[in-house]
Design a protein around this ligand. Structure first.
Ligand code: TNX
Length: 539
């Protein structure tokens, strides 16, 4: 008998341990008890204020989708319920803190902010069993949790391939489920302009469509000769921004400049310093349709025809940004800034005289002048710019935040100049890079296995603690040259997104890859519940 009791105690300990191991990102403090709360269709969700509605809806939609039922909500306090509340507290200054208390007779989620309560809901979701049933046992536990970084981002490139509004919403759900808070929406590129701008309808009519796409790796083995078109109307954008806000996600729009602008130039050739010159087609690329005049690019890479720093271009970009800022309430507006070849500016008499007239050093100075002109405008509207690390070239715009992508150097430089930084180094968080050595479909770039993402440390060790405070967080980038459909995007995201979420949320000292892998076994079952396509190979 004694042996049996001991044995069952051991089993219980093991069971609670495996539950403990199953929350991703790992909570800061958790204490596991014994027993469980039973959640079923009769369970009531008590909202202490209407503001809890966003959290309640998210939970109910999740339950409906994964388990086929939803809970009644009420504002009347009662026993045996799940109670959501929000009480400001000074326990931790970290935005997003919550406590979650599960006992056999009820569940209480209390956030410091509504956002905190929402993250408590995400943890509750991860306490649900992965087997579908109408009676869900939630283990007794007491959790206190808050994020390490304030900026927890994920980018999606919809320029290279267009993705439907439905998929963007699913993507936002993925972000929310990982307690991340920023969606960086890369809306324009050489291969497509994807956001409706009322004042310039050709941006989407002409710039939103390319006549074909190369087959295989750049420069390709042929062309599919199939138009690839798509853009988001302003109504759709508003809908997406709201959907994100309901999940406590900020959407940062990116309008690329001065490079990666072929689609805009195809629509309005006057934006180029050489409006009469036909679009350059990269060597070896098989082209679909006409190649005369300005065209939307059909292959990947970097192109030399970029925005001319003229009054016309600045006027155009300010108009575009006026419409963009009216749609997106975010503090940050991303102005790109990366990969802008200087060849056309070098051979343009207009640019050369501008360099002289403004007393600029060279074309890098001109890039800096370009970015600073746009920064002034954006600042005058009460917003801030964020840009890829090339905005450091020729002098950083005064209030700019830098996204360090070519490595950690840009971020280190910027932090040392007292600028804020979001880390997105290719080696650690480029989710377009292959995660296994032998991918069975096309990918770009190096090799980025799960473990490398997991072990990434966003604050470069060479920074002093003071400088390190400028690192707001990090972001995973999903460039879609070789992702033509949602399943491929999901396959590239999972499970690396789970690893990234822990880098961004959990305390550095508590991170442990082997233990993460154990929790991932349960996470795989959740992926199945979400019906996502994911990669199971670990190298
Ligand atoms: C570089 S990252 C780019 C993108 C490409 C990506 C492919 C950055 C700021 N620019 O235009 O899609 O590499 O990995």
């Amino acid at each position: 008998m004694k042996m049996l009791t001991l044995f069952s105690l051991l089993l219980m300990a093991l069971a609670s341990r495996s539950q403990e191991l199953a929350i991703i990102p790992k909570p800061v403090h958790s204490q596991w008890g014994t027993g469980s709360f039973s959640l079923n269709r009769n369970t009531v969700l008590v909202l202490t204020s209407e503001e809890q509605g966003r959290s309640a809806s998210f939970l109910n939609e999740y339950l409906q989708q994964c388990y086929g039922f939803r809970l009644k909500t009420t504002q009347a306090p009662q026993n045996g319920a799940i109670t959501l509340s929000t009480t400001p507290s000074s326990a931790s200054a970290r935005e997003g803190r919550y406590v979650l208390e599960v006992t056999a007779s009820g569940i209480r989620i209390e956030g410091d902010t509504y956002q905190g309560t929402f993250y408590g809901i995400q943890t509750l979701i991860q306490l649900l069993p992965t087997e579908v049933s109408g009676d869900l046992a939630i283990p007794v536990v007491s959790i206190e949790d808050y994020p390490r970084f304030g900026y927890r981002g994920l980018m999606l490139d919809v320029g290279r391939h267009f993705f439907s509004v439905d998929f963007i919403k699913r993507y936002l759900d993925f972000i929310a489920l990982h307690k991340m808070n920023t969606f960086h929406w890369h809306l324009t590129d050489d291969q497509g302009w994807r956001i409706e701008i009322k004042k310039y309808p050709l941006l989407t009519q002409t710039g939103g469509c390319r006549n074909g796409t190369i087959i295989g790796h750049h420069p390709g083995t042929g062309n599919d000769n199939t138009p690839h078109c798509g853009y988001y109307t302003q109504d759709q954008v508003r809908d997406i921004v709201k959907y994100a806000a309901d999940r406590f996600i900020t959407v940062i729009p990116e309008i690329e400049m001065p490079g990666h602008s072929s689609a805009a130039i195809a629509a309005y050739p006057g934006l180029s310093c050489f409006p009469e010159e036909p679009t350059e087609i990269a060597k070896g690329v098989v082209w679909a349709g006409t190649s005369s005049g300005k065209q939307v690019q059909q292959s990947w890479g970097v192109y030399r025809d970029v925005y001319c720093p003229s009054d016309y271009t600045f006027g155009f970009l300010k108009d575009v940004l006026d419409e963009v800022m009216a749609l997106f309430p975010s503090k940050y507006i991303h102005i790109g800034g990366d990969e802008c070849p200087k060849d056309f500016w070098k051979k343009s008499p207009f640019c050369q005289s501008l360099i002289k007239a403004r007393g600029l050093k060279d074309e890098h100075g001109l890039q800096s002048y370009f970015i600073q002109t746009m920064e002034k405008y954006i600042n005058s509207k009460g917003r801030s710019i964020i840009g890829w690390d090339e905005i450091l070239e020729g002098g950083l715009a005064p209030n700019a935040t830098v996204m360090s992508w070519r490595g950690e150097e840009g971020g280190i430089d910027a932090a040392r100049q007292n600028h804020d930084v979001v880390m997105t180094p290719g080696k650690y968080v480029y989710l377009d890079h292959p995660q296994t050595k032998k991918e069975d479909s096309l990918t770009i770039g190096g090799y980025l296995p799960l473990e490398t993402v997991y072990n990434y440390e966003p604050i470069p060790s060479v920074l002093t603690p003071e400088e390190g405070k400028h690192v707001l967080g990090a972001q995973g980038n999903v460039w879609t040259e070789y992702m033509a459909n949602p399943a491929k995007v999901e396959y590239m995201l999972f499970p690396r997104l789970s690893a990234l979420s822990e880098v961004l949320w959990s305390e550095k000292e508590t991170r442990n890859y082997d233990q993460f892998l154990q929790r991932l076994q349960t996470q795989y079952k959740r992926y199945q519940l979400w019906k996502v396509t994911f990669n199971r190979a670990l190298n």
